[in-house]
Write a protein that binds this ligand. Structure first.
Ligand SMILES: [Zn+2]
Length: 239
């Protein structure tokens, strides 16, 4: 009896340890500014009032139309992290973004969680999208992981393909703020000099983000911030 109880309690302990490990691994995979291997950039240390504006997903014609018009109105430049699958469908949208002076980054090919796959899988996700970006006229430099998720395999392949892992320190929270003004205020309240802002404006469901973008840009302007591409922000990095 006693022995059975002991085995049972060790099994329970092992289970608790496994659950804790799973929780820790899950949190680690989402960390914005920390990575187990290789380097990750989530912001830049500077006192200058400058931020990088980044948009994830797509491209979609309606997303590009809306964002390009708003950015143009405020004279702001941004980096668009595009999904290979969408790029393949609408290569013309990538060219429009480049022609307007914006920058394009790699956001994987199929936008799945990049955890627990083989190194070959990550390599293909990166290479296929980089090839499409090159065809559109962008020499790819940056990779943004779908859902911000990465552990070891993805960072290693990103580094091997000569790209830099770029996350963010301020992200939109559409699930909390459905009113464009509140959505924009929430972002502006967290912005600091050197921030990398992430907004999702591309799909039909992202209407709040598109409506909030002029408010975000207006708020940045009022606070004396300039919105630029990731490349432009990274020039402020200490050597
Ligand atoms: Zn994404």
């Amino acid at each position: 009896m006693l022995r059975a109880r002991r085995i049972l309690s060790s099994a329970a302990l092992a289970l608790v340890a496994l659950v804790l490990l799973a929780v820790a691994t899950n949190r680690l995979s989402k960390a914005r500014c920390f990575q187990l291997v290789g380097e990750v950039t989530c912001r830049v240390d500077t006192t200058e009032r400058i931020v990088a504006l980044t948009f994830d997903d797509g491209p979609t014609p309606e997303g590009v139309d809306s964002v390009l018009t708003t950015l143009d109105r405020y004279g702001a430049k941004a980096t668009f992290f595009l999904i290979g699958q969408h790029l393949e469908r609408s290569p013309g949208q990538a060219q429009r973004l480049l022609a307007a002076g914006h920058e394009l980054g790699n956001h994987s090919f199929s936008h799945v969680r990049n955890i627990g796959h083989s190194r070959e899988f990550y390599a293909a996700e990166i290479a296929r999208t980089s090839a499409l970006l090159r065809a559109a006229g962008q020499h790819p430099r940056y990779f943004r992981p779908p859902f911000g998720r990465r552990l070891i395999g993805l960072p290693l392949e990103v580094e091997r393909s000569g790209l830099r892992m770029v996350t963010w320190d301020v992200e939109d929270q559409p699930e909390r703020f459905t009113d464009p003004a509140r959505f924009a205020e929430d972002i502006l309240a967290r912005v600091k000099p050197g921030s990398i802002i992430l907004i999702h404006p591309m799909y039909r469901a992202n209407e709040t983000a598109r409506a909030a973008l002029p408010l975000v840009l207006e708020g940045l302007r009022q606070r004396g911030y300039r919105a630029v591409t990731v490349s432009e922000l990274l020039k402020r990095e200490a050597a």
